[in-house]
Design a protein around this ligand. Structure first.
Ligand code: DGL
Length: 290
């Protein structure tokens, strides 16, 4: 099985990391639309056009299951992307929301993401289907800070503190005691922080320090990979000849991973290495209309 992973740039590598961990026997095609990023500040029409052309390209190259790793593309264009493909596609929003629903006791969550993701209201809609109310906050400075490598920098911490202070009344090191059972049950304070952007998993340790101890952090990259693992195993049960590399085979080698980018290969490798757990090789440049 060949899984296509689409993102606006390097951030989707956080999703690929999780996929490689949970679905290690598939082959992967990764597409980073680095010439046209960021998607987070663009209109829905533009994001849909870019995402469709990119996803189609992965399909043409042999992807049999598509993962839309980019939260903004999922939020703004998932129905159009699905319609434009003949292979199944999964975005990051539904799995993220499902995970929140599984763990939230207060039925209240905070969602952070790009301007586009937040403006779309896609996460609150997905969460409302589970009876969960969501407070959202666009955190546009996080993407450049993470790409700068400032994942544990005092500037990033200050920015995060400002963003989060409006969201959690007890942000900071104050009151880090878990609440009593009865308090938690009756409390409608958010008890989950959902990371609705590909870059945010790199900020998890910093965010963990800032949000109250009783707040769980859900990473849509991880939830999505879990969902893909379920889909792949269901596909195999339904059709045991589904050509995923046979895990039982001693010869089962590591997944093959091929990368495509629309801007500099060298820059993708350099920047991407901050996000990716393995060495980035096999990168090809592709030209797409702008
Ligand atoms: N990949 C985008 C997302 O997850 C963040 C980067 C961008 O704005 O293109 O929303």
């Amino acid at each position: 099985m060949t899984i296509g992973v689409f993102d606006s740039g390097v951030g989707g590598l956080t999703v690929l990391n999780e996929l490689l961990r949970l679905v290690p026997h598939a082959d992967y095609l990764y597409f980073g639309d680095t010439a046209r990023l960021p998607y987070g500040s663009k209109s829905a029409e533009t994001v849909a056009r870019y995402a469709i052309s990119s996803a189609r390209l992965l399909q043409e190259r042999g992807a049999t299951l598509m993962v839309i790793a980019c939260n903004t593309a999922t939020a703004l264009a998932m129905p159009q992307i699905e319609k434009s493909l003949s292979v199944p596609a999964l975005g990051v929003i539904a799995p993220g929301a499902q995970r929140v629903a599984a763990i939230s006791r207060s039925k209240s969550a905070v969602v952070i993401g790009t301007e586009g993701t937040v403006a779309s209201g896609a996460y609150p809609r997905a969460l409302a289907a589970y009876g969960i109310s969501a407070t959202q906050k666009a955190c546009p400075l996080f993407v450049p800070l993470v790409e700068e490598g400032w994942t544990d920098h005092s500037v990033t911490e200050e920015v995060a503190r400002i963003y989060l202070s409006e969201l959690f009344s007890r942000t900071g090191n104050a009151d880090r005691r878990p609440p009593s059972k009865s308090a938690a049950a009756s409390d409608s304070q958010p008890d989950v922080l959902l990371l609705g952007c590909t870059h945010y998993p790199l900020l998890k340790p910093l965010l963990r320090r800032l949000v109250p101890a009783q707040v769980s952090i859900v990473d849509s990259a991880e939830s999505t990979a879990q969902k893909v693992a379920e889909i792949v195993s269901a596909m195999q049960k339904e059709n045991p000849s589904t050509p995923v590399r046979p895990s039982a085979s001693a010869a089962a080698s590591a997944s093959s991973i091929q990368f495509f980018v629309t801007d500099s290969v060298e820059k993708f490798q350099r920047l991407g290495q901050r996000f990716f757990s393995r060495k980035i090789e096999n990168v090809s440049h592709l030209d797409l209309e702008t």
